[in-house]
Design a protein around this ligand. Structure first.
Ligand SMILES: Cc1cc2nc3c(=O)[nH]c(=O)nc-3n(C[C@H](O)[C@H](O)[C@H](O)COP(=O)(O)OP(=O)(O)OC[C@H]3O[C@@H](n4cnc5c(N)ncnc54)[C@H](O)[C@@H]3O)c2cc1C
Ligand code: SF4
Length: 351
């Protein structure tokens, strides 16, 4: 095969919102791409969210719109339930083998394999994985997403009882040197506040209590969302939770130290959600090895130069999009993925 005729295509590893938007950005510049998605469906995590902060649009609709646009163009090939298995570089491009026993010659690769969430079983004091009514924030998203089919109610996992009293524990697995994650995950204060608002709007008689270390609602519209949550009656207690324990009826007793008042507090809740921090994508290590690109100490991929080449890796022809470089909200992922398209086009043009 004459590689020069095929190497203007781009392979995108990961078909979440970042990968999809990168493909659409390339398409708008007349460049074809192949999206390789490991799971059976495109859309990544956002397709599971009923509403997203800060404007409460439907996560399902955002992903549907991206997927519809991808389907409308013949320049984007999507391969689901597929991964990249090996890569060889040749003069002017890469030859990538995929798990469907095909080989693709491409001029550049974009890594958009997303992120993972912290495994809350590592913080044993919360009882995640032991008590069914202690869940993580992604599981709360699924419960919120299912409420339309469940009579508009949030039902708890152990016995299907409608939830009136919920606790949300912030900073689980983030900001902890002991757990090896000293960083702030940036968006969990905001997504937790959004979840609290969704619950209060669904059921104005509900009681939602947030146990936080600090509130970091840093971006445009995020602080207003935090204020709105308080107007709806969401309670914020500054305190570190020391223990969750299950009562015989499945309710969860939460003990904490109110660090503003300097005294212990406790409460009983029907459901507890842990706002887990963000971790690198589970395949980050394999992908780094396969493509021979660098990761930083925290496990996220390293940008060549965060000021002047924020989308480039240390290896020429391989680029980064979305949460592979650290957690960011949907809008930032889409902006970044659009920019990656231009950067890759400039790179291919330069070749
Ligand atoms: C609980 C929770 C709630 C959130 N709520 C909001 C919100 O309300 N508003 C907001 O702005 N942001 C929110 N976010 C953040 C949002 O989830 C991210 O911004 C978004 O998912 C990033 O998209 P992505 O494409 O970079 O990654 P992902 O969504 O993780 O998608 C990555 C894709 O890559 C695929 N993949 C992984 N490994 C491979 C591989 N080896 N080969 C091929 N494919 C692979 C995955 O299957 C997946 O489809 C929330 C996050 C969490 C955890
Ligand atoms: S964004 Fe909020 S909940 Fe998440 S780690 Fe930072 S301070 Fe904690």
């Amino acid at each position: 095969m004459d590689k020069k005729t095929t190497n203007s295509k781009v392979m995108i590893v990961g078909g979440g919102i970042s990968g999809l938007m990168a493909a659409l950005s390339l398409d708008s510049l007349g460049i074809g791409s192949i999206i390789v998605e490991k799971s059976p469906n495109l859309g990544g995590k956002v397709k599971e969210y009923s509403q997203v902060f800060p404007d409460f649009r439907s996560g399902k609709n955002i992903t549907k719109e991206l997927i519809d646009r991808v389907k409308q163009t013949s320049r984007i090939l999507t391969l689901v339930s597929t991964t990249a298995t090996s890569m060889e570089q040749y003069d002017g491009g890469f030859s990538v083998a995929t798990s469907d026993s095909n080989r693709h010659d491409v001029g550049a690769i974009i890594v958009a394999c997303g992120f993972d969430v912290f495994d809350a079983r590592r913080q044993e004091e919360y009882g995640y994985g032991v008590y069914p009514n202690v869940i993580n924030s992604l599981e709360l998203e699924s419960l919120l997403g299912a409420h339309e089919t469940r009579g508009g109610k949030l039902l708890r996992p152990s016995d299907g009882k409608p939830v009136d009293r919920l606790a949300i524990i912030f900073c689980v697995g983030s900001r902890s040197k002991r757990l090896g994650n000293p960083y702030c995950s940036r968006i969990c204060c905001s997504y937790s506040t959004k979840q609290a608002i969704e619950i209060m709007e669904m059921n104005p008689d509900a009681s939602v209590t947030c146990f936080y270390m600090d509130i970091r609602t840093y971006d445009r519209g995020f602080e207003e969302m935090y204020q709105y949550a308080q107007e709806l009656g969401v309670k914020y207690i500054r305190g570190r939770v020391s223990e969750c324990s299950a009562l015989p009826n499945g309710d969860i007793q939460v003990r904490a130290e109110n660090t503003l008042l300097g005294r212990p507090v406790q409460g009983v809740f029907e459901l507890v959600s842990l706002s887990v921090g963000m971790m690198p994508c589970p395949d980050a290590e394999n992908i780094a090895r396969l493509l021979d690109i660098e990761r930083s100490k925290d496990g996220f991929f390293t940008r060549k130069d965060s000021y002047f080449y924020p989308h480039d890796t240390n290896r020429e022809g391989i680029f980064l999009a979305g949460t592979v470089t650290g957690l960011k909200p949907i809008k930032d992922c889409l902006t970044e993925a659009t920019a990656v398209g231009s950067r890759v086009a400039a790179y291919l043009n330069g070749k």
